[in-house]
Every structure is written in structure tokens, then in C-alpha cells.
Design a protein around this ligand. Structure first.
Ligand code: SF4
Ligand code: SF4
Ligand code: SF4
Length: 328
């Protein structure tokens, strides 16, 4: 009997999610016993036309990583949706918009202007933007168009499952594939990781005070971090309370605060707002100047609280049109 066909594809991605699949190491052999990978551009020479030629729903599953930022990424997302029985948003970028989603602080024109007109590293022939259509040796060359905003995969097509993480762990990847192949797959729409807060699986949870009180916030390089004590209790911004568990508290194990890459639990609508409100509600200072001094310890609030989920947040994008700021 033919094995189920699987595709792996990347859109606006750093490549880390592809590495995560490779990090399955010898466990990938067990997966290859169960499935045929028929499309994986980073590793195998199959073409878009090979996918287009497949009957609809011919792929058992597609793991798609990266956010949707360009016209060709949207086209591939729609094609793979049509060809797949299970479409998995693989990793924080596909699930939530991810780090590329921080570009939603700026309009497309602001980004292009900075990249091609104003960046200090540009040479004398600055202000040359790539043409979307050109000809070379008589052949037409077409570039994909940059969308106005970065979107998560489910803001473009219907998604069946979400695998969180930046990137997802090999253990979760393997478990997800085996769960999909089982006789009793998880309900559609599931996030394929435990629905618990990271604090619940954190080895430091016993030292997290019931009532937190912040007189200052510090960044990891500004202090000697106690390797046993809850990081929030030490004044570091740890997103553990608003973040889904399942990673094994990897960053905490490395004595670094959680930055929130597993996204929210099902009980949290907006991960950034949740961590922001829980920190601000516990600032000890009462007068405005002292409150501001405390909050000065978080120099990049949007990048801190919405690092992985700005496109899927209630905000979706920030009010750049009025500010007309330029990327730094
Ligand atoms: S989720 Fe993280 S590792 Fe995966 S593509 Fe996005 S930035 Fe890279
Ligand atoms: S706030 Fe951070 S360090 Fe503290 S218990 Fe939660 S995950 Fe662990
Ligand atoms: S500790 Fe937080 S940032 Fe680190 S891997 Fe886990 S969820 Fe991601």
C-alpha cells in the first residue's frame, strides 16, 4: 500500500523550522518508514508544477512554516491547502505571524523606502528598487509582490493544526506526525502542544511569588541571574505566565527568560496584552514619574510583548501611518 504523501514548505521563514525537521536526526527514519516526503524545496528537487499536477487532497499533510508576506507565498499557501488533507501551521511564524510580523509596525512603503533609499549601508546607486517585471535575454522575469502586511497562515487559508514554537521541538514534531497518522487524530483546529502555561512546567515555579511587585525591570545582560529563582521574581520580563508550555522550559534551563515563542494557551486571547497587563498591574510605584522610571526598563515594549504574535493579536499592526517612523 502506498505511504501517505507529505510536503514541507517555507514562506517568510528564517530557515530555523526547516532545521527543526532535520533535528529529528535518526528519528526521521522512523517517520520516513511511515510517509513519503514528496515536496521539500530546501532539501529535494521537486517543483511547484509537481505539486500542481497532483489531484486535490492527494497530500496527506503539509507542514508549512513561515508567515505570509508576498504574493508567491500566498499562491503557494492556497495551492498546498487545496492539495492537502491536513494543513499544519508549523512554528510561530506560520501560526502567529512570528518575528517577521514585527514588520507590521511599518507600512510597505516605509520598509521599501528604508531598504532601498535610506539604509546607511547603501552605495552611490541608491534609490534603485527592484522592478516587478523585467526581461533578460528576451525572457520575462517576474518578482513576487510584497504584501502590505505580514499575515499568519490562517489569515490566508484554513488551517487544520498548529505546531507552536520558534522552532517547534523535534519531540513535538514527531508526536504531531504520529498523532495525525493515528486512527484517532486530534480535533481539527488543535494546537499540538499541552494547553498549560509554561510556568506550570517550569522547574522554578516553586519560587514564583503569589503576589509579584516590580520596582524595576532589568535585561539579562544587566545583572547576575540567580540560576534557581523565578526570573520574574528577579525583575526580568519572563513571558512564562502567558505562554503555552511544551518546550520543556528550554530558555529557563539556559538561565534566560521566556520570550513567548509557544504563543498563548487557549485561555489567553492576546498574549502580549496578557503579559503586559500582568506586569503593569504589579508595578510597585504609585506616582507617574516613578511608574515611568520602572517601565523604562522595558525599552522595546512591542518587541518584548508581541515578538511572535503581532499579526494574530488584537492590534494586528501598529499605528504607523500617523507616526511615519522609519525602521531602525
Ligand atoms: S518560527 Fe522561528 S525558527 Fe521557524 S521560521 Fe519563524 S523565526 Fe524561524
Ligand atoms: S515566570 Fe518564568 S521563571 Fe518564573 S515560573 Fe514562570 S516560566 Fe518560570
Ligand atoms: S522558554 Fe519560552 S521562548 Fe524559550 S522555547 Fe520555551 S516557549 Fe519558547
Amino acid at each position: 500500500m502506498p505511504k501517505p504523501k507529505v510536503a514541507i514548505y517555507w514562506c517568510a521563514s528564517c530557515g530555523g523550522c526547516e532545521e527543526a525537521v532535520v533535528d529529528l536526526a535518526e528519528d526521521i527514519l522512523g517517520i520516513l518508514d511511515a510517509v513519503d516526503i514528496v515536496f521539500w524545496p530546501v532539501a529535494m528537487d521537486f517543483k511547484k508544477s509537481d505539486v500542481a499536477a497532483l489531484p486535490d487532497q492527494a497530500l496527506f499533510a503539509t507542514l508549512l512554516n513561515g508567515a505570509i508576506r508576498t504574493s508567491d507565498q500566498e499562491e503557494m499557501a492556497r495551492l498546498l491547502r487545496r492539495k492537502s488533507r491536513h494543513l499544519v501551521a508549523y512554528g510561530a511564524c506560520a501560526s502567529l505571524g512570528g518575528v517577521p510580523g514585527l514588520a507590521n509596525q511599518f507600512s510597505r512603503e516605509q520598509l521599501l523606502r528604508f531598504a532601498y533609499d535610506e539604509a546607511p549601508t547603501l552605495g552611490a546607486d541608491r534609490k534603485t528598487r527592484p522592478a516587478l517585471e523585467t526581461r533578460h535575454n528576451g525572457h520575462p522575469l517576474v518578482l513576487p509582490e510584497l504584501d502590505e502586511t505580514v499575515r499568519s497562515l490562517d489569515q490566508v487559508v484554513e488551517v487544520d493544526y498548529y505546531l507552536p514554537g520558534c522552532p517547534p521541538t523535534p519531540k513535538l514534531t514527531q508526536a504531531a506526525l504520529l498523532a495525525l497518522l493515528s486512527d484517532n487524530p486530534p480535533p481539527r483546529g488543535s494546537v499540538l502542544a499541552p494547553d498549560i502555561a509554561l510556568c506550570d512546567e517550569c522547574p522554578r515555579k516553586a519560587s514564583k511569588p503569589q503576589d509579584l511587585s516590580f520596582s524595576e525591570f532589568k535585561r539579562p545582560h544587566q545583572m547576575m541571574i540567580d540560576a534557581e529563582k523565578c526570573l520574574l521574581a528577579q525583575g526580568l520580563v519572563c513571558c512564562g505566565p502567558a505562554t503555552r508550555g511544551g518546550c520543556g522550559a528550554q530558555c529557563i534551563g539556559g538561565n534566560m527568560p521566556c520570550t513567548g515563542c509557544f504563543g498563548p494557551t487557549s485561555r489567553v486571547r492576546d498574549q502580549g496584552a496578557k503579559i503586559l497587563s500582568s506586569l503593569c498591574a504589579n508595578v510597585a510605584a504609585k506616582d507617574e514619574t516613578a511608574i515611568q522610571r520602572t517601565l523604562d526598563g522595558i525599552p522595546d515594549p512591542l518587541g518584548t510583548f508581541y515578538r511572535y504574535a503581532l499579526p494574530r493579536s488584537i492590534l494586528r499592526r501598529s499605528g504607523y501611518a500617523a507616526a511615519e517612523t522609519t525602521p531602525k
